[in-house]
Design a protein around this ligand. Sequence first.
Ligand SMILES: [Zn+2]
Length: 113
Amino acid sequence: MNARELDRYKRLLLEKQRELSGASGGAGTPIPAAGGQQGDLIDQANADFEAELQIRLHQTDGRLVRAIEEALTRIRYSAFGICAACGQRISKARLEAVPWTRLCRECKERKRA
Ligand SMILES: [Zn+2]
């Protein structure tokens, strides 16, 4: 992989990193003030579900932030774009979609199976 390509992926990673830190650095999800006691059970259930979803998204973000940091380290040590499991090059299409990935598609799918 040449320097220009690496630079491109680096920019993609940094962009995503900034996006994530902006999303988790805020004051959190604003809680709707209206409703209160008047809200019925369905609204309550929806609110619980959304809160849970928010937490789950947050956990995923944490993993992603670490994965992006690792990918940036790999760029620094010229190990970027190489599958951590089989040592093969990861396809450009895959890196384009998930530049922080450590595994080629085959290894990823094998892992899932
Ligand atoms: Zn692999």
